[in-house]
Design a protein around this ligand. Sequence first.
Ligand code: BG6
Length: 482
Amino acid sequence: MSSKVIVTIFGASGDLAKRKLYPSLFRLYKSGNLSKHFAVIGTARRPWSKEYFESVVVEAIADLADSPEQAQEFASHFYYQSHDVQDTEHYIELRKLQNQLNEQYQAEHNKLFFLSMAPQFFGTIAKHLKSENIVDGKGFERLIVEKPFGTDLATASQLNEELLAAFDEEQIFRIDHYLGKEMIQSIFAIRFANLLFENIWNRDYIDNVQITFAEKLGVEERGGYYDQSGALRDMVQNHTLQLLSLLAMDKPKSFSKEDIRAEKVKVFERLVQPDKDDFIRGQYKSGTVKGKKYISYRSEPNVNPDSMTETFASGAFFVNSERFRDVPFFFRTGKRLTEKGTLVNIVFKQMESIFGEELAPNVLTIHIQPTEGFSLSMNGKEVGERFSLAPLSLDYRTDATASGASPDPYEKLIFDVLNNDSTNFSHWDEVRSSWELIDQIEELWRSNEVPLHEYPVGSMGPDASFELLREFGADWQWSPNK
Ligand code: BG6
């Protein structure tokens, strides 16, 4: 790995930079993955001085630093440039600073650009980076792009074209921060390091797969963005479909980014055209939970009072592959649900019972957050003279994120970019296929043939989401409100 690099962050005064990027860079620095040969150029419109920028960085890492001296030493690598992304002159200044820091830190011309601002500027930035020769073909040059990557297939394609004018696909790292989460990466280990599971990871043994991304919070102060987006674009196009591809892919030839990508892309390409009856949408209404009052989605700041935007989406995806044909991959995601929880339940088929009672299915649960781990539910014998079945669960769980044992997704993902490892990023072929599918569902919803269900705050979404599974003879395995 080369830790010699000049990192340029567009959007350096933003929330993401302060909450995620500076702490993640600091952890990489602390663990020795970034050495003395690195500098960070922060850009944003505000006229900050280097001293002020350093103080912002120091504050962002205050809880992580061993000493004020260490924090200050780290922050001394940070430089600030007030920057209007539309102004060519500013890129000329940026190039000078880039060259100067390259000399000063002996960064071997390696450059990393992080676009962490409103996506409408991504194309302009890429264009100027090329035209003003900041991207000059010397050293490595990599671009990290925050989500959302477009709002539909047309805008995503246009954005991609704009980026390709300055960078090759191999240089573009599209962030999906869920792919940086420890347990999502563990799916590779569960599936491909345990013959036990890999042998039964198919339609002969798996009845259905259930993916839940539940959030307790509402839209908070992001009403303006969210009302234009909705749950389907915000959580399904990216995180849900990425996770699904890891669950549904065939075994790659090797554990290389090329072979993994090839198998993931096949899943995206084999996603079955949506049927309008298989996708439901909902919006939270006002309510009281444990004595606390919550406003409805339509009353949230910056949300249209007549909004038809969904804060909950649920449905069944199908993958037309030998392995998984006709197996439903159910998903649900929403705001203001019972509690925060991301998990996957793999529900296995059962054999014929010889016990005179129906057998509960074995369920493998992958706990992604807030706890991390796996559990496997099985049927055992109840202790006693008589023979009767009793459920038992093998459970391996850690609260690794809370204890700091698991890296923050951004730390892991920046580490990957420095290693030129794009395994945990979204390739354009994946993004394109996912938008093709999501656009079709949006279209079905826009035609208003599919109702927008209201659901109470603190629930697990509208009843329709439960009915949907019942139509397939299934039930949501995770019921936190029971
Ligand atoms: C983001 C969405 O991608 O993921 C947010 O835009 C959502 O709406 C967030 O709240 C959830 O991420 P996490 O890591 O907190 O589960």
